[in-house]
Design a protein around this ligand. Structure first.
Ligand code: FCB
Length: 520
């Protein structure tokens, strides 16, 4: 099951929904109403007047994000090695529509055009990732200079276009050769990864000042090794625990090797986070929501900031199964210069500690995607669901603008008001060029989504959160992992037949936001 199949399945049951006055499911259509009056009535939506009043600070860094595997293509050019995602996409049955990312958006060749488009939209920051197997084809050893030179030219192009190059070192495309050595459950990978990080900082650290070691490390471990929904597609709970610990060690070691190689470097994160709301007011559900937050949101953050894991477990933490050794706390401890995280949707969490594990022991999941029936594992014992009170996007995620306010204020409070970068946020809608409007892409639902969410982010900033950037996912439509091309998150439409880019109405709107710091 891919990470959104479960959510997608629940769409049918959830029925129709209005997003900013647009109907997202024609079969269950409520009576049409005007956009502003409808907004008030959609659960979770915020008032039009708040959107109009929202202002962002001078110098706020408006940006977009992409990831190497999702946009680059050129999967075997210039000495690049095979990644686990090449292997996964080339395996029949893994990706919807049998789509591969061999070509994707061809950004490997078209990056000058894409950076010019970002400039046209008044962007100030571009979050991109580097493909490890382009730099080290088998994950270890001397760098492949063709790969290094490519990213060096790419970074220059960003700077030329007035964009801050924000580098994610790892957005899921592990060299296959390292997977063949056991993948992230093998703790040796922490050392290999730190070497890779040092190579990047040495060659690019004169121009890149902002580095995030991992994109969504919890998902790397859980989706890749715990349930197998993402590459490398393994499903074993003990491997998930081991992978999680290796990633934490790797995060700390990478921070130190980046800083050793570049005096300008600042290091933070690109964690995936969902604000967790207890299902009921009971003490048990509140404790379960806290465990969710500890495990899914701040597991690696707490490790970096304080050299310890947060209280994510019921009973004794399974540190032995994670492969924890004396002295590991010091390796994990690597205080971040700023905290980066994504926001897409929220979770409602309930306690599952009293439910008998019907699957015969072992593992049945910390997220409901793993097992909708039982949705729990032997250690964290919570059940997390994505509610459907708010409308759903076409990618099946609940629209809940308030979530970003709650999450940002919670992290600000818990970590003593750190500098925050919103590393990703966005929504999947399939709008395409509309012939009758001269090929424009009138994606008004996406505009409504961002307006509402950004109004809530603006409110968090007004209330004291030190948020300095927002990166919309994504600059361009791209390869959406196991969902292939069935989802579109871009502000710019990509026609995969000829790589033509068309700025969507949301892109034009976002360009204005970046120029004016206001949402209307
Ligand atoms: C995030 C991923 C990103 C993209 C968006 C839609 O979880 O980091 O690569 O797939 O979801």
């Amino acid at each position: 099951m891919d990470r959104r199949t479960f959510l997608g399945n629940s769409l049918a049951a959830a029925g129709g929904a209005l997003v900013g006055g647009r109907i997202s499911n024609a079969e269950n259509t409520p009576a049409p109403q005007s956009a502003s009056s409808t907004r008030q009535q959609v659960p979770g939506a915020i008032a039009q007047s708040e959107i109009e009043a929202a202002r962002f600070p001078d110098g706020f860094l408006w940006g977009t994000a992409t990831a190497a595997f999702q946009v680059e293509g050129a999967w075997n050019e210039d000495g690049k090695g095979e990644s686990i995602w090449d292997r996964f996409t080339h395996t029949p049955g893994k990706v919807k529509g049998a789509t591969t990312a061999d070509v994707a958006c061809d950004q490997y060749h078209l990056y000058p055009q894409d950076m010019a488009l970002a400039k046209k939209l008044n962007q100030k920051s571009y979050r991109f990732s580097i493909s490890w197997p382009r730099i080290q084809p088998i994950g270890t050893g001397a760098p492949n200079m063709k790969g290094v030179d490519h990213y060096s030219r790419f970074v220059d192009e960003m700077l030329k276009n007035g964009l801050r190059p924000f580098c994610t070192l790892y957005h899921w495309d592990l060299p296959q050769a390292l997977e063949d050595k056991g993948g992230w459950p093998n703790r040796d990978l922490a050392g290999y990864y730190a070497d890779y990080a040092g190579i990047l900082a040495k060659h690019l650290g004169d121009r890149i000042t902002i580095w995030a070691p991992f994109n969504m490390p919890w998902s790397v471990a859980y989706m890749g090794y715990g349930v197998g929904a993402l590459a490398p597609g393994r499903a074993n709970f003990d491997d998930f625990l081991k992978a999680l610990h290796t990633l934490t060690l790797a995060q700390g070691q990478a921070l130190r090797s980046i800083k050793a190689a570049s005096s300008k470097a600042t290091v933070g994160s690109a964690y995936g986070m969902c604000p967790a709301y207890p299902k009921t007011d009971s003490e048990e559900d509140r404790a379960a929501a806290a465990r969710y937050h500890a495990m899914n949101n701040v597991f690696l953050l707490e490790a970096a900031m304080h050299g310890r894991y947060p209280k994510a477990f019921v009973g004794d933490p399974p540190y032995d199964k994670m492969g924890m050794k004396p002295g590991d706390e010091e390796i994990m401890h690597a205080p971040l210069d700023w905290v980066g995280f994504h926001y897409y949707t929220r979770r409602v969490v309930s306690d599952a500690s009293k439910v008998q594990n019907s699957s015969g022991g072992g593992f049945s999941g910390t997220e409901i995607e793993a097992d909708p029936a039982t949705g729990r594992d032997p250690y964290t014992r919570f059940r997390a669901e994505m509610p459907t009170e708010g409308p759903l996007t076409e990618s099946g995620l609940e629209v809940w603008p308030r979530g970003i306010y709650d999450l940002v204020t919670q992290i600000s409070k818990e970590y003593d008001h750190p500098i925050i970068e919103i590393t990703e946020s966005g929504c999947g809608y399939l709008d395409a060029p509309y012939e009758k409007e001269n090929g424009r892409v009138p994606d008004t639902r996406r505009i409504a989504w961002f307006q509402q969410e950004l109004a809530e982010l603006g409110r968090a900033i007004k209330d004291g959160a030190k948020v300095r950037s927002f990166h919309a996912w994504s600059l361009i439509d791209n390869f959406e992992w196991s969902n292939g091309h069935t989802e579109r998150y871009g502000l710019i439409y990509v026609d995969y037949r000829d790589q033509k880019r068309t700025i969507k109405d949301s892109g034009l709107w976002y360009g204005k936001v970046a120029a004016t710091n206001r949402l209307t």
